[in-house]
Write a protein of this length. Structure first.
Ligand code: G3I
Length: 485
């Protein structure tokens, strides 16, 4: 059966903008669910990665695991922050054709249905890759393997025709020195396996964009030049190829200085380019200095894409560090994504919004009624830890409330005063408002309960200051004073 989606795939800037406008309504309503909202008298001005990227005509994508959509925070962030989804694993060969000729689209269809129901573009990943291949593929000889390659491509592309806008047709076909990777496809079929894949995909869906995707190709180097030469060759010989994906699995402090120039040289060949799997790993644990560097690195990647008109956008390889592929592949490394293990956005979040040219959400001028209906804990039944990292005029604060009482708190409102004129510009995992110096943070819809005997919740905010940025010295939880840690 062919997958037909109401959110038809979009091509080109005009179509992307139309999807963005549809999404604006979703953002306005979803933002109040708490992923990145400074709730005010009006919700219309809430800035998210998506609204900021839409305004620049770029996609902002995320690698999605449909099995996580049942988690409220995961779902809320996916709903609100992104305009494009790519299945992290659900459309790979082992997931879709575990037995030769028997296709299982359950997980891929879940991602497609999610994209359709939330007005997001769907990016297909990946048709032919040497990794995550089912065992039966390794038993095939050259002719049978080529037939299997073509059958796999034809079945997937046909099934998702009308839903997938672009495909990673071939993934990771080259070595770092620019030679062909000696994969089963290369060794048993020969050099033609790549063009056979592209030609077969085009025949199955003449309108989907067809991309080649790889890692360690973000700089101008032997590997990216091999792909550059392949694009030139394909174009000269009339082999279909529309786009090149740059995975950008980066290391802290190592964004290539020639990333923009590299993207531009491919664009100049007449193909689209895209950052397809962005994450920036560091040695763990993270600290404020590393997170500040990471924020600057994320911003650099965004800036490079913005500078290249054929750069379609940026896809981040997951939401929370909890589910990132990095720690299991690189022991001792991690913290590579934009949301931490508590779903709090890191400094990278604000840096991406700023790089996209997003203005902070205005501070509301009137104080709305908090949505929570608090159950006051006993006096002295709470503690608050307030930490912040700052730059010249702004800061990101993380606030943890711990309930030390014997009863759970259901519905919470934390209040404090800023001692040196700070203003909150954005908040997440809470419904936060400010009136003069007084800040009122109430629970979001999904985190109303603080368990008894040491349960805690964490939320965060960005703010602006001038001169000094002194931390608050006292907090009340549902009207009762808390210890300050
Ligand atoms: O689903 C099974 C589960 O049933 C089983 O219990 C478990 C035990 O290990 O494995 C689960 O499958 C894992 C799968 O992710 C889903 O979580 C695989 O072992 C694991 O190898 C697989 O890792 C994926 C990896 O590609 C495979 O090489 C990562 O999630 C995924 O992020 C990663 O993504 C790749 C891109 O596709 C291509 N570029 C590089 C990028 C990072 O490696």
């Amino acid at each position: 059966m062919t997958m037909r989606s109401p959110a038809r795939r979009t091509h080109g800037r005009a179509a992307r903008t139309a999807v963005g406008m549809i999404a604006a309504g979703l953002v306005a309503s979803a933002a109040l669910a708490g992923s990145a909202a400074l709730a005010g008298a009006s919700s219309a001005a809430t800035m998210t990665l998506r609204t900021a990227a839409d305004a620049r005509g770029k996609d902002i994508g995320v690698a999605l695991d449909p099995n996580r959509l049942g988690e409220t925070a995961y779902r809320s962030i996916a709903d609100t922050e992104f305009s494009l989804v790519v299945p992290e694993n659900a459309m790979k060969w082992d997931a879709t054709e575990p037995t030769q000729g028997t296709f299982t689209y359950t997980a891929g269809d879940q991602v497609a249905a999610y994209a359709s129901s939330t007005g997001k573009e769907l990016y297909g990943h990946t048709l032919v890759w040497h990794s995550q291949l089912p065992g039966w593929v390794s038993n095939l000889d050259g002719a049978a393997l080529l037939a299997a390659e073509k059958s796999h491509i034809t079945n997937l592309v046909t099934h998702f025709s009308g839903a997938v806008s672009s495909w990673d047709v071939v993934n990771e076909a080259f070595n770092d020195d620019g030679s062909r990777r000696q994969s089963i496809f290369q060794t048993k079929i020969g050099d033609s396996w790549i063009e056979q894949a592209f030609t077969t995909a085009r025949a199955a869906d003449p309108t989907a964009k067809l991309c080649i995707n790889d890692y360690s190709t973000d700089a101008i180097n032997a590997k990216s030049t091999a792909i550059y030469n392949l694009v030139k060759d394909f174009t000269a010989r009339g082999i279909p190829i529309d786009c090149v994906g740059f995975q950008a699995h980066l290391i802290l402090g190592q964004v290539p200085g020639d990333l923009q120039a590299n993207l531009q040289r491919f664009a100049d060949l007449g193909v689209d380019v895209r950052i397809t799997e962005l994450d920036i790993r560091m040695s763990t644990p993270s600290d404020a200095t590393k997170l500040a560097t990471q924020a600057a690195n994320y911003a650099s990647v965004v800036t490079a894409c913005l500078a290249v008109s054929r750069c379609q956008g940026i896809t981040i390889w997951g939401i929370t560090d909890t589910y990132s592929w990095v720690p299991s592949t690189f022991p001792g490394q991690g913290a590579a994504l934009v949301w931490d293990e508590s779903y709090s956005p890191k400094p990278a979040y604000a840096a991406i919004v700023a790089a996209l040219g997003g203005a902070p959400t205005p501070t509301p001028s009137v104080t709305p009624t908090p949505t929570a209906s608090p159950t006051a804990p006993p006096a002295s039944g709470c503690s608050v830890r307030y930490t912040s990292t700052q730059w010249n005029t702004g800061f990101t604060a993380s606030i943890t409330i711990t309930n030390t009482a014997a009863s759970p708190v259901t519905g919470w409102v934390l209040r404090w005063a800023y001692p040196s004129g700070q203003t909150v510009t954005q908040a997440w995992s809470s419904v936060t408002t400010q009136s003069g110096a007084i800040v009122t943070a109430a629970n979001a819809a999904w985190n109303p309960t603080i368990a008894a005997h040491g349960g805690s919740v964490q939320f965060g905010l960005n703010g602006a200051y001038s001169g000094t940025n002194a931390a608050p010295t006292s907090f009340t939880l549902n009207g009762a004073a808390c210890a300050v840690l």
